[in-house]
Design a protein around this ligand. Structure first.
Ligand code: GMT
Length: 376
């Protein structure tokens, strides 16, 4: 099939899922066209079936805010017409589902019936989408998509609670290329470059937005390192990073924490890791937790949103109340206390991640594209 993918090209989870999906579809013989304002960070042109169409913006002194939706919907129309696309799969409702609706109407006027699949990712519903400033347009564009999917049951429930939805929402879980992570975990990780042999390595990966509660990561680690010699790797960048660095200094543990910034090598960082900490306030799915598990890393997180659908309390790690730093640290110590316990949790995490294998999820999206583009 000929499929257009619209997403944020940045390090956020929705962009990562969209990019990995596009690459896998191309690998499976589909012709995939990414339509975004930048080359997606995880995009690797491994296949001749992959194409990238940049959405260009024009500066004009009158515009305080540039009309991105206009440029995006115009580009969608152009690409659909030129490459005869059958489906546009838009990831993250704002503003992609809205721009896709406009593109659909413009194409309809030209006698072209493009199908729109909208995947809801999380903050487009929970934090931003339901804000009164956006709600009307987000609700309209969800109800006017041909197919709507959500990345967890929890997100589907949130969507039905926060909006007046007349459309069926299918839950299609996020996924992981299990083989890629398995291969990486077998490589020699050179962990000695980062920590002494007796030290445990803890990791956090996020965009350092307030919703990730990165200060809680530092506080949890501070308690853990009192009992168990350890190092903390903080991967990613965002508005709360400086605060986390200042807190680490204040607590006297700055020398045990390495801030790595944004990385395209998350798989390689995770291969060093014993434990992943994710103390988020909300998390529709928690792709970062799944990536950690696939790389054989146990997870201590909150029980927010879709996290209980991804991890198993007491088996792959532990789920805790939001903000309960003490419980998160106590549970982390249960995992880290000896090699046997650690190996038990790590192996469980890796085995459980297989349920979210790309091999299982790819055919689900292929069926969705086929069923909605069948002419009746
Ligand atoms: O976590 C973020 O702020 C990024 C955001 C995004 O849209 O990129 O992530 C959301 O989508 C991911 C992929 O589906 C999910 O794994 C994350 O849980 C979700 N984040 C939140 O709900 C906060």
């Amino acid at each position: 099939m000929k499929i257009g993918i619209v997403c944020y090209p940045t390090f956020g989870g929705s962009g990562v899922v969209a990019t990995e999906l596009g690459m896998a579809l191309a690998d499976h013989g589909h012709e995939v066209h990414f339509i975004t304002y930048n080359l997606p960070v995880r995009l690797d042109f491994i296949s001749h079936n992959l194409h990238f169409h940049e959405v260009m913006m024009e500066e004009y002194p009158l515009f305080e805010y540039q009309p991105y939706e206009l440029a995006l919907s115009s580009r969608m129309v152009e690409v659909v017409e030129k490459h005869k696309l059958e489906v546009l799969h838009v990831h993250y409702a704002i503003p992609h589902a809205y721009a896709a609706y406009m593109a659909k109407q413009m194409l309809k006027a030209k006698g072209i019936d493009i199908k729109i699949v909208t995947t809801l990712h999380g903050t487009d519903i929970t934090l931003v989408g339901s804000h009164p400033n956006y709600k009307t347009a987000v609700e309209f564009s969800i109800n006017n998509s041909d197919v709507v999917t959500a990345v967890s049951k929890s997100l589907k429930e949130d969507t039905l609670r926060l909006f007046n939805i007349s459309k069926e929402i299918a839950v299609v879980y996020n996924f992981i290329d299990v083989d890629k992570y398995h291969k990486e975990s077998k490589k020699d990780c050179q962990r000695i470059a980062l920590a002494k042999p007796e030290e445990r390595i803890l990791t956090h990966v996020s965009n350092f937005r307030p919703v990730k509660r990165t200060s809680d990561v530092i506080r949890v680690f501070e308690i853990i390192q009192r009992t168990i010699p350890s190092k903390l790797l903080m991967v990613g960048d965002g508005p709360e990073k400086r605060k986390a660095e200042i807190l680490a200094k204040k607590l006297g543990i700055a020398d045990k924490i390495i801030f790595l910034g944004n990385s395209n090598e998350v798989v390689r960082v995770l291969c060093y890791s014993d434990l992943f900490i994710l103390p988020s306030e909300t998390e529709s799915f928690g792709l970062a937790a799944l990536e950690a598990m696939a790389a054989k890393t146990a997870v201590v997180s909150t029980n927010a949103g879709g996290l209980p659908e991804v991890t198993v309390h007491g088996e792959t790690g532990f789920l805790n109340a939001i903000g309960d730093v003490k419980s998160m640290a106590e549970n982390a110590l249960k995992i880290l206390k000896d090699d046997a316990a650690l190996e038990h949790f790590k192996s469980n995490a890796q085995a459980h991640a297989k349920q979210f294998s790309l091999k299982n999820i790819l055919p689900v999206y292929e069926d969705i594209y086929t069923s909605c583009s069948v002419k009746v």
